[in-house]
Design a protein around this ligand. Structure first.
Ligand code: ZN
Ligand code: FE
Length: 256
């Protein structure tokens, strides 16, 4: 059961950042301060003092507010050790398997290269919460910019092993477009067809579709379902490897 408080807020055209707060210790973390003004406004709105920053990867829409927010709050920044792009302002560099403590809770670092080679995700096992950055989206996944499709498939496979009730926060509201694509490669999936309706309604009402849960993603996210017999037969790839099926689905989405 989650004991920390989570406050997700939008910025830019489709990004989300999250504040994580402990009422017990007064500590607050921010995942991906992509817009400094938006972070400071969210902190003011909640009345929380930022103590630390967690970065998933070097892309500007995730780090652009880092130095502004550090300066305004005196917080400390953690992020990936792998330097596929500069992240000025990091105080601590993390790699796969590292863990640290936040407000008495364990935070595990999972390296999920593919979108970028530096991508790390943050998993709080006692809370049952994961921050998947631009690796795993709702019914989608990040574009493979720096890695290979196989690398991205391995990264998604790592996340898929998290407990099924894990609550997943990701960095972009791409859900409706992802769902409309997902039905084109997984047309017989009733849960997916149902979820497409739900998310389109949510977006018409301007509601966020994030967070999601791993169990819903395993049921409806084609990028986690490369091993699914009906998707493989629909694509005519019964004898391909899971990574090859994943690569085909990713290619179709890129060209959609
Ligand atoms: Zn990115
Ligand atoms: Fe992004």
């Amino acid at each position: 059961m989650a004991e920390l408080e989570y406050f997700q807020f939008p910025y830019g055209s489709d990004n989300y950042s999250v504040l994580i707060h402990s009422a017990d210790t007064g500590e607050t973390a921010c995942v991906d301060p992509g817009d400094g003004d938006a972070v400071l406004k969210a902190l003011g709105n909640r009345g929380w003092n930022l103590t630390e920053i967690w970065i998933t990867h070097h892309h500007g829409d995730h780090v652009a507010g880092l130095e502004q927010v550090k300066q305004a709050t005196g917080s400390r920044a953690r992020g990936p050790v792998e330097k596929s792009g500069a992240i000025p302002g990091l105080d601590e560099h993390l790699s796969d398997g590292d863990s640290f403590s936040f407000a008495g809770k364990t935070v595990n670092v999972i390296h999920t290269p593919g979108h970028t080679t530096d991508m790390i995700n943050y998993y709080l096992p006692e809370e049952g919460i994961a921050f998947t950055g631009d690796t795993l989206f709702v019914m989608g996944c990040g574009r493979v910019f720096e890695g290979t499709p196989e690398m991205m498939w391995n990264s998604l496979s790592k996340l898929a092993k998290l407990p099924k009730d894990t609550v997943i926060y990701c960095a972009h509201e791409y859900t409706a477009a992802n769902a409309r694509f997902a039905v084109t490669v997984d047309p017989d999936n009733a849960a997916l067809a149902e979820r497409l309706k739900t998310v389109e309604l949510a977006r018409r009402n301007n509601l966020p579709t994030i967070p999601t849960t791993m169990i819903d993603e395993l049921a409806t996210n084609p990028f986690l379902r490369a091993g699914d017999p009906s998707i493989r037969s629909y694509l005519g790839m019964e004898n391909a490897s899971d990574a090859e099926v994943f690569a085909e689905i990713r290619k179709r989405k890129d060209n959609a």
